[in-house]
Ligand binder design. Sequence first.
Ligand code: IMP
Length: 440
Amino acid sequence: MIGAQWGDEGKGKITDLLSRSAHVVVRYQGGVNAGHTVVVKGQTFKLHLIPSGILYPDTECVIGNGTVIDPKALIVELDTLAELGISAENLFISSSAHVTMPYHRMIDQAAEERRGNKKIGTTKRGIGPTYADKSERTGIRIIDLMETEVLKEQIEWTVQYKNVVLENLYDLPPLDAKAVIEEYMGYADRLRSHVVDSSLLINQAVRQRKNILFEGAQGTLLDLDHGTYPYVTSSNPVAGGACIGSGVGPTMIDRVIGVAKAYTTRVGEGPFPTELCDGLGDQLCALGAEFGTTTGRQRRCGWFDAVIGRYAVRINGIDCVAITKLDVLDEMEEIQVCVAYEIDGEKHHELPSSARQFARCQPIYKTMPGWKQSTSHCKSLDDLPQEALNYLKFLAELMEVPIAIVSLGASRDQTIIVEDPIHGPKRALLYENGITPQVA
Ligand code: IMP
């Protein structure tokens, strides 16, 4: 299950729905930059790394090798679960995942400040610097954390090296290697019982024909390779990332479910063609409670962008989509859908790979009439007002993909299951004849 936009598509609720049919839930990329709000026994709390499948006592939850783990933050999540009486016995952490260190957080914050008006708007959780060290081959992995002598040697060497960067490049105080070693040895003791070879665990589950849900964090447009670079995160949230980030072969993935909001939001910097910088944007933000779970930042809001939707279908090989937060549009007089872009009078049906060109894209809209009534009680497509149904049909046609789920509110029962996304028919090679949307 992947995000088809810039993250925050409402994946948490869909994961919760799908987790009921899953024996194993795997988080395969990202770190504590992600977040979802969970309500247990009337209490609201936030999870950043642990899949929300942990709320189901028999579901095994895996934090895969493709993630970056901030042990301090993970332990806070474990403590919160323990306080609520939720067992974390079924939580497994990949021994190959990389560890976020204090210098990663410091560098992320300092680098953002240094970038000035070129800042990315990161969550400042040290995600980019942790992945950078992984690629540079100076990273510390969970398995290193488990081997005390290796850990000591690695931290001593790395802290010495990073202190040069902290002091000379960012004018920051150096770190004390001994204190860092002590802190991380404490984390190691706490996490040890959860550490496994997660690829082995997942592949054993495959052999036992268990249902496995791979849960992407962030979204397609934040993907390091396929997103709106450089305004992206440092990992691969796209469906292909599931294989790399969890150690399963592509032949093991049965289907890909995309999640898209009925409109669009984005946190952080970067171009956003359908952004509404007026009262309507504020209205969407207020109605949709569009504030980040991790940073509390107000999300930028705009109309649904079908160019992006279609792109996400292509990049991920999406079989079916879940459209979330349709109810947020309930009171709109008219709803706009971006069907293509225009640059210098020329029409574009695909996302330009140049960031400069993308920033110049003007949306071409098709205006749809609103339905001006509440949909949050609707239990089937037949209950929906005709205009809402037309809107959904139009999105499906533009994205060239069937809609399997429609979400109309935060609670589990505010959901229309059009077609079972797990057991329903798999998308055939639809639209091979290359339907291009009709632009009004
Ligand atoms: P980083 O992942 O903290 O490096 O941030 C890079 C970009 O991804 C920034 O624009 C963030 O706002 C965005 N981002 C990271 N995680 C999320 C998320 O879970 N939801 C939405 N945006 C995110």
